[in-house]
Write a protein that binds this ligand. Structure first.
Ligand code: KIV
Ligand code: ZN
Length: 511
C-alpha cells in the first residue's frame, strides 16, 4: 500500500483571488459538490472574515459537503478565527487554516512586527483555532523567502500549540524545484516532532514552476498538495490540480504515494470552473486544454492509430474527455431533467425554479437537439442569475449586420424594473450592442477582456461569452451563454454590470 497524497483544493479561496473570479454562494456550492464527487480530500471554501457573502458561502459549502473536509482560511487574529469556526460549524469534518507571514520582508514591511511577536501570534492563532476543531493547519506565509532557522522555530512552536498540518507556501512563486524540495527535507529533518504532522505545500506559478515545485516537495516527503482547478489563483495562479494528480498517477513508478481522486471528473470540473469564473482554458493547457489529446501531425496520428502509447502517456477517457456525451434531448421529460441535474450535483432551491429551468431547457432543446452536461450547467447559471435581484436585466436585443453596412443594435434593458431602450452603431454587432447597453447603464467601465468559446462541439453549440469590466480598481467577470453569440455577449455584459453594481466589498487575506 502506498502512502496517501492528500489533495487540498483551494479553487474556491486562492482561485477566487484571481481578478474578477469571485463566486457567489450558489456557484461555490456547485463547484464544491463536483470537487466532492471527484473525491478531493480537503476543500478550502473561502475566507469567512472577508465579507458576509464569503462567510455565508463557506457556511453553505460546509453544510452541503459530506465526504470532503471543508476548510476556511483565517489570518492569525481572534476575530478571523472565530468567523471561520462559526462558518464551519455545520461541517461533517472541518479544518481551520490560519497563517502569518514569516519572511523578513513581510514581517518588517507588511506586518511591522518583530520575529518574536510573529511566533507569539502564530501560537495564539493555533490555540484559538483548536477551540473550534482539532484539525488545524498553519502556514508561514512567504516561507519560500523565509530564513530556515526562523521557520523551524515558528513551526516547532505551532506543533506544540496543536497544529496538525504544516503548509509551506511559496507565496510569490520564487523558489526552484531543487531548492523547494530541499526546504521540505530540511524542515522535516530539523523539527523534532515533524513526524506527528502532515507537511503540505502551496506553490504559486509566477515562474511557471508551481507544479514542479510541488512535485519536488512530494519527493521530499510532503503528503498534502494545495492546488486549484485549471491552476486558477492569485497572479499567475497556483499549482494545477489536474497536473499534480495526473503526474502522480501516470508516474506511479516514480512517486512513493498516490491520490484518491476519481480522475474521470477532471474535465467536467475544469469546464464548470472555467464557465463560472469566466477564465477560459488555453487550448494547449496540459490535461484539460482542447488540444491536450489532439494529434495534428500525420506522423503522430499514424503512430497513435497503430499503437496509442506511441504518443499518448494518458488516456483521454481517464480524465473525463468522453464525458461530453448527449445526455438529454427534445423529448426528455421533467423527471429526466431533474435526475440529470441531481447527478451533476445541482440542486435548485424550489419547484418553481426547477419549472422555469425546465422551460428554458425545452426552448434550448428546440434550437439545439443534443443537450450536453455543459449546456445544463450554463442553463442553470442563467436560471440562478434570473432569480437574483439584478439591477439590470436584458429584455430584448435586435441587431442588424450586413456586408457593406454599419452594424446596428437596438436593445431593451430593465433597470431596477423600469424598461429603457437604446440604439447604437458599432464596428460589429457585439460592439453596437455593448454601446447601446452602455447608453442605458452609463457605467463608464473599461472593457478589459472579451472572449467567446463554444460550450460543446458543432455549429449549433451554445456560445459562452466572458466580459471583464474594470472600474475604480474593481474587476469583475460577466458570463452569458446562448446559441446566438451576440445575445450571449449582451447577457455577459449585463451580468458584469450587475456585479459592478452590487459593490460587494471584501477584504483580501494577504493585504
Ligand atoms: O500563497 C499563500 O501564501 C497563501 C497562504 C494564505 C497559504 O495563499
Ligand atoms: Zn496562495
Amino acid at each position: 500500500m502506498k502512502e496517501r497524497l492528500i489533495i487540498f483544493d483551494t479553487t474556491l479561496r486562492d482561485g477566487e483571488q484571481s481578478p474578477g473570479a469571485s463566486m457567489t454562494r450558489e456557484e461555490k456550492v456547485r463547484i464544491a459538490r463536483q470537487l466532492e464527487r471527484m473525491r478531493v480530500d480537503v476543500i478550502e471554501a473561502g475566507f469567512p472574515a472577508a465579507s458576509n457573502g464569503d462567510f455565508e458561502a463557506v457556511k453553505a459549502v460546509a453544510n452541503a459537503v459530506k465526504d470532503s473536509v471543508v476548510c476556511g482560511l483565517a489570518r492569525a487574529t481572534e476575530n478571523d478565527i472565530r468567523r471561520a469556526g462559526e462558518a464551519l460549524a455545520g461541517a461533517n469534518a472541518a479544518r481551520i487554516h490560519t497563517f502569518i507571514a514569516t519572511s523578513p520582508i513581510h514581517m518588517e514591511k507588511k506586518l511591522r512586527m518583530k520575529p518574536d511577536q510573529v511566533v507569539e501570534q502564530a501560537v495564539k492563532a493555533v490555540k484559538w483555532a483548536r477551540q473550534f476543531t482539532d484539525n488545524v493547519e498553519f502556514s508561514p506565509e512567504d516561507a519560500g523567502r523565509s530564513e530556515l532557522e526562523f521557520l523551524c522555530r515558528v513551526l516547532d512552536a505551532v506543533i506544540e500549540a496543536g497544529a496538525t498540518t504544516l503548509n509551506i507556501p511559496d507565496t510569490v512563486g520564487y523558489t526552484m524545484p531543487e531548492q523547494f524540495g530541499g526546504l521540505i527535507r530540511n524542515l522535516r529533518e530539523r523539527i523534532p516532532d515533524s513526524d506527528k504532522v502532515v507537511f503540505s505545500v502551496h506553490c504559486h506559478n509566477d515562474l511557471g514552476l508551481a507544479v514542479a515545485n510541488s512535485l519536488a516537495a512530494v519527493m521530499a516527503g510532503a503528503r498534502q498538495v494545495e492546488c486549484t482547478i485549471n491552476g486558477l489563483g492569485e497572479r499567475a495562479g497556483n499549482a494545477s490540480l489536474e497536473e499534480i494528480v495526473m503526474a502522480v498517477r501516470t508516474r506511479r513508478d516514480f512517486f512513493p504515494c498516490d491520490t484518491n481522486i476519481d480522475t474521470t471528473h477532471i474535465v467536467p470540473v475544469s469546464r464548470l470552473v472555467s464557465s463560472i469564473t469566466g477564465f477560459p482554458v488555453q487550448p494547449n493547457k496540459a490535461i484539460v486544454g482542447a488540444n491536450a489529446f489532439a494529434h495534428e501531425s500525420g506522423i503522430h496520428q499514424d503512430g497513435v492509430l497503430k499503437h496509442r502509447e506511441t504518443y499518448e502517456i494518458m488516456r483521454a477517457e481517464d480524465v473525463g474527455w468522453t464525458a461530453n456525451r448527449m445526455v438529454l434531448g427534445k423529448h426528455s421529460g421533467r423527471n429526466a431533467f431533474r435526475v440529470r441535474l441531481a447527478e451533476l450535483g445541482i440542486e435548485l432551491d424550489s419547484e418553481e425554479t426547477l419549472n422555469s429551468a425546465f422551460l428554458r431547457f425545452k426552448e434550448l432543446a428546440d434550437k439545439k437537439h443534443e443537450i450536453f452536461d455543459e449546456d445544463l450547467h450554463a442553463l442553470v447559471s442563467d436560471e440562478i442569475m434570473a432569480h437574483e435581484q439584478e439591477h439590470f436585466r436584458l429584455v430584448s436585443l435586435r441587431v442588424c449586420s450586413e456586408t457593406g453596412e454599419v452594424p446596428q443594435a437596438r436593445v431593451a434593458v430593465a433597470e431596477a424594473g423600469a424598461e429603457k431602450t437604446a440604439f447604437a452603431e458599432g464596428s460589429g454587432p457585439v460592439d453596437a450592442s455593448f454601446k447601446a447597453i452602455e447608453d442605458i447603464a452609463h457605467s463608464g467601465a473599461d472593457l478589459q477582456l472579451y472572449s467567446v468559446n463554444a460550450i460543446t462541439s458543432g455549429t449549433d453549440a451554445q456560445g459562452e461569452v466572458t466580459v471583464r469590466l474594470a472600474k475604480g480598481g474593481r474587476i469583475v467577470n460577466g458570463q452569458g451563454a446562448d446559441t446566438d453569440i451576440v445575445v450571449a455577449s449582451a447577457k455577459a455584459y449585463i451580468n458584469a454590470l450587475n456585479k459592478l453594481y452590487s459593490k460587494l466589498e471584501r477584504a483580501h487575506p494577504q493585504v
